[in-house]
Design a protein around this ligand. Structure first.
Ligand code: PLP
Length: 504
């Protein structure tokens, strides 16, 4: 049977329903093939900066182009320029993944194209969001005082949390702003040195300036030092600052360390400060009953962010802010012009009252579909397996004298480095040589196209990070990256042996 000839876009209106079905089926098949064979593609895009741009026309097409050609160009131009986050050997940053029900949720949401700004512009989105986030709250073991709201990213969720905290300080900042005010003391937020850079960006965005964030030292396991926090707040008060918000991290970006929330809580309470918990990465792990303890004491936090787009198999983007004081969030952001007034506004929740965005995507749909398809137990099983694989990898590192762990691995992230015996003047020189070696190992593994790792610095040492979070990652992939790491180490060592003048 010959394929029907593609038609161009009609003079007016959308694609015909026959064409939509034809290309829709073709694209679903395309996605199925992609996910089945993504493992055969290099994880990191193998192109140089500017390569894709050079192949794209600089001006838009004046006339309709056939869908066949557009889809062919996805294969020819776009796929080679992709870094494949869906690859099971993507172990960099925080490995995340989409899933089939999540993809279907995105597809439907694009078809509905709702702008959930007011309840009436999308009752389904508004009410499904409330129900789905309450399910997630229960799955994570959070108390019923926490009310969820969806934003795009954790950076934005945390910004809204800190804005609500600032609203609670009662300094009429919403009405009078912060600039040019003699009566305004210096406001301060506290987070550990290991907190995500987004917290600093939030403070910048909210007009508090970088000096509005005080970074608290961490202990030997990269957790906030609660005593240092207490001392910093006392000192700042003496110096005229108004400490108003603490950000504790459950699952820091570099090492997944967990700040001692139980010790931080009384400090915040003593000074009537807002406690925001950044659990963007690790919060999802609380759906596993035996890992629920990571959110211990969060029942006394004022807000908490968790990203289902990180470790709950939900396509990017979907971040959830749980907040105990929605009234403050609303006070900080609600502004209803006449053209948005509705008769039911006092009885319902309208998304635009809780943030800077007016229109909001129908994101709850994909999370609802993910939770229903996998079920609480299915989600927990997948996260539990990721943690098992990370522990297995960490056990290989620990057992091998050529490698060492550089931080505890409480969840599914392992920080480690190669540490073979090598000649060096002193410890600093040795660490310098090991940094060079480990960076070369990381780039060597990446160059094979078979796996992707990332790095961080811990106590001034370059640490490799292996993060497991993809739904398709299995023990085979973890063994394979361990072999690749060892091959690279051997290769670099043999090069150094042949040419002792080289650092690696
Ligand atoms: N907080 C933590 C602990 C993170 O690890 C990250 C990203 O990795 C973020 C916040 C920022 O996440 P997003 O990209 O959703 O803004």
């Amino acid at each position: 049977m010959t394929e029907p000839q593609a038609k161009l876009a009609p003079a007016l209106g959308d694609m015909s329903k026959e064409e939509f079905r034809r290309f829709g089926h073709q694209l679903v098949d395309w996605v199925a093939e992609y996910l089945e064979h993504v493992e055969e593609l290099p994880v990191l895009a193998q192109i140089e900066p500017g390569d894709l741009k050079a192949q794209l026309p600089s001006a838009p097409p004046a006339q309709s182009e056939p869908m066949e050609q557009i889809i062919a160009d996805v294969d020819r131009l776009i796929v080679p320029a992709l870094t494949h986050w869906s690859h099971p050997s993507f172990f960099a940053y925080f490995a995340t993944s989409t899933s089939a029900p999540g993809i279907f949720g995105e597809l439907l949401s694009a078809a509905f194209d709702n702008k959930a700004m007011l309840w009436r512009t999308s009752p389904a989105s508004t009410e499904l969001e409330e129900v789905t986030l309450d399910w997630l709250r229960q799955m994570m073991g959070l108390d019923a005082g926490m009310h969820g709201i969806i934003y795009d990213t954790a950076s934005v969720s945390s910004m809204h949390a800190i804005a609500a905290a600032r609203e609670g300080v009662e300094l009429r900042i919403r009405e009078e702003g912060m600039s040019g005010r003699q009566d305004l003391p210096l406001l301060r937020v506290y987070a550990s040195e290991q907190a995500h850079s987004s917290i600093e960006k939030c403070v910048i965005t909210l007009g508090l300036g970088q000096r509005g964030l005080r970074k608290i030292p961490t202990d030997s396991e990269f957790r906030m030092d609660a005593k240092a926090l207490a001392a910093a707040i006392e000192e700042d008060k003496v110096n005229g600052f108004v400490p108003f918000c603490i950000v504790a991290t459950v699952g820091t970006t570099s090492t997944s360390s967990i700040d001692p929330v139980a010790e931080i809580i009384p400090i915040g309470e003593k000074h009537q400060m807002w406690l925001h918990v950044d659990a963007a990465y690790a919060g999802s792990a609380a759906v596993v009953p035996e890992l629920r303890h990571i959110l211990q004491s969060c029942e006394r936090a004022d807000s908490l962010v968790v990203n289902p787009h990180k470790w709950l198999f939900t396509p990017f983007d979907l971040s959830v802010l749980y907040c105990r004081h929605l009234n403050l969030l609303r006070r900080a952001f609600s502004l209803v012009p006449e053209y948005l007034r509705t008769p039911e506004q006092e009885q319902v929740r309208s998304g635009s009252d809780y943030g800077i965005q007016l229109g909001r995507r129908f994101r709850a749909l994909k999370l609802w579909m993910v939770i229903r398809y996998f079920g609480h137990e299915g989600l927990a099983a997948r996260i539990r397996e990721h943690c098992r694989l990370a522990k297995l990898f960490a056990s290989w590192v620990e057992a091998d004298p050529n490698w060492e762990l550089l931080a505890p691995a409480p969840l599914a992230l392992v920080c480690f480095r190669a540490c073979p015996r090598l000649e060096a003047r002193d410890e600093t020189a040795r660490n310098g040589r090991l940094d060079v070696l480990n960076e070369a190992i990381m780039h060597g593994v990446t160059a094979t196209g078979q796996a992707l790792l990332s790095h961080t610095k811990l106590n001034d040492k370059l640490a490799l990070r292996l993060s497991i979070g993809n739904i398709r990652t299995t023990e085979k992939h973890v063994r394979q990256v361990w072999d690749l790491l060892n091959e690279q180490l051997k290769l670099l060592q043999s090069r150094t042996a042949e040419n002792p003048g080289r650092t690696t």
